[in-house]
Design a binder for this molecule. Structure first.
Ligand code: ATP
Length: 238
């Protein structure tokens, strides 16, 4: 019962014969909040797509709570928000949440939905509108609400702060803190190293298809003799 939430073992992935992931080893412990950083095109989304079996590995293995990621059942404890979340444009926000919760075998509880919308600062009147009328940030909040309402043990969020205003970013951090206290695990990607430092227990820097660094943000700064995580990041990808 002590399996890690996620274990990537020597994962390799090529796109169009070009190596994107070149032997990635990474562990996210149970109950850990883990941030993945890397320049544009480093392979962060590819790693997540491999984890979700959206694309086949060229080598290596991935485990979710000790079970092969290839087993649909293994992915059951996981909620995922993609980098570009695009719900069906013709659904209302409410229909989308009902649809997602039904897929997850979860009851639609109006009080829980209202509390989640308030926690993410999404007006409840928006739920009656089709998502085509949503702004980028509203759409992102709907996706986050759907993830968190599904009450999973592991959240995989690809750039969760994308499009959020400062208030919503602060509220999302509070929400994540509650999930952490409840024992959830998190793997998220971010280009905002300040967010990585604030949110995560440990982090990794993916570059050139490999993990250049994995450890605490503090360890990252000391490893590279840098006063800021940004300066350490620049050293790590040289
Ligand atoms: N389906 C695909 N076919 C061909 N190449 C792909 C495909 N998906 C991703 N790539 C390439 O793989 C590399 C990694 O892309 P990926 O989206 O994983 O990077 P990322 O780290 O998530 O980038 P960003 O920070 O910009 O979101 C890029 O060079 C990209 O062009």
């Amino acid at each position: 019962m002590d399996q890690a939430a996620l274990r990537f073992r020597n994962v390799t992935k090529r796109h169009a014969h070009r190596p994107v992931l070149d032997g990635v080893d990474l562990t996210v412990e149970r109950g850990e909040f883990f941030g993945l950083a890397g320049v544009n095109g480093a392979g962060k989304t590819s790693l997540i797509k491999c984890l979700l079996d959206f694309c086949a590995l060229d080598g290596g293995a991935i485990e979710i709570f000790g079970a092969s990621h290839l087993r649909p059942q293994a992915r059951q404890p996981l909620a995922y928000l993609p980098e570009r979340f695009t719900p069906p444009y013709y659904l209302t926000g409410d229909d989308f949440l009902k649809y997602v919760l039904k897929l997850q075998g979860q009851a639609y509880e109006p009080a829980a939905v209202a509390a989640m919308l308030a926690a993410l600062d999404l007006e409840d009147t928006a739920l009656k509108r089709t998502v085509r009328s949503y702004s980028k940030g509203m759409t992102q909040k709907l996706g986050l609400a759907a993830c968190f309402l599904s009450r999973k043990r592991l959240y995989v969020l690809d750039e969760p702060m994308s499009g959020l205003d400062p208030k919503a970013r602060a509220l999302l951090k509070q929400l994540l803190q509650h999930l952490r206290n409840d024992g959830a695990s998190l793997l998220f990607t971010s280009h905002a190293l300040a967010d990585v430092e604030e949110i995560c227990d440990r982090m990794a820097i993916l570059h050139g298809g490999r993990i250049r660094f994995a450890g605490t943000p503090e360890h990252c700064r000391s490893r590279y003799g840098a006063s800021t995580l940004e300066a350490a990041f620049l050293q790590a990808i040289q």
